[in-house]
Structures are given as C-alpha cells and as structure tokens.
Design a protein around this ligand. Structure first.
Ligand SMILES: [Zn+2]
Length: 130
C-alpha cells in the first residue's frame, strides 16, 4: 500500500484537514505525491510569472492558510501522462464524495465532466468548493 513521503507530509501540513483526510484515503489505492499546498505571496507571484497559475496573490485558494487547494501528481511523475492524472482525480473525487466534501479539478474547471472545453489545463490542481 503506498504511503506519503516526508516531503508530501510536510506539504500536507499546510492544507485544510478535510482535504488531507481525503488524500490519505486516496493514496491507499493509488500512489501520488503532493506538489504544493499553501503558497505564500512570493511563491504565488512566481507561479503567476511562470504561467503555472493564472491568479495573482491572494486570489488563489493556495494562498489561504490552511490551503483549500492542493497540487498533486501520480508517482513517479510524468507530466505528459494525462490519463494517470485523470485516474488520480477520479479516485480523489470518489474519496471526497464519501466524506461529503465537494472538490473541483483543474482538468475540468466548470465540473461538467468534460476536459475539452478548458482554456487553462491544470491537471494536478484540485480545490474545495463551498
Ligand atoms: Zn494548484
């Protein structure tokens, strides 16, 4: 059974506990890593400048503390394997449903079940909707 590594666990320390519980359920069935939890002002500005985020500080849910957004990636990481990201999202979504938490995925921002109508793909991103 996969478990989170030390770096993933320290990043999870910055994430909303409800989301952490969901991710701990999910890793029992599929191995993945935590790329980013909370993002401070400098890190958010860097993400905006490099184009990995479309939002400026403090507009992103990553900028809240604890963070209501998290970036994840299947392990080992292959950013070109979008199917692996989609599979991971499906597992996390199901785990969140069981815990009564609603999430939104950066591979389907409008949550209509389709990834073909996206203007900005962020397949590792997920966030709490409330
Ligand atoms: Zn993100």
């Amino acid at each position: 059974m996969p478990i989170f590594g030390r770096r993933s666990l320290s990043r999870l320390d910055t994430v909303d506990k409800r989301l952490v519980e969901v991710l701990k359920d999910a890793i029992r069935v599929y191995d993945f890593t935590i790329i980013c939890g909370h993002r401070n002002e400098a890190a958010q500005n860097e993400a905006f400048a490099t184009g990995t985020s479309k939002k400026r500080f403090p507009e992103s849910k990553h900028n809240e503390f604890p963070s209501r957004a998290v970036d994840v990636a299947p392990w080992p990481i292959d950013w070109h394997d979008e199917l692996a990201f989609a599979r991971l999202w499906g597992i996390i979504e199901a785990c969140a449903f069981r815990r009564g938490l609603r999430l939104r995925w950066g591979g389907d921002w409008d949550s209509d079940g389709s990834s073909t109508d996206q203007s900005f793909m962020d397949i590792g991103h997920l966030e709490i909707v409330e």
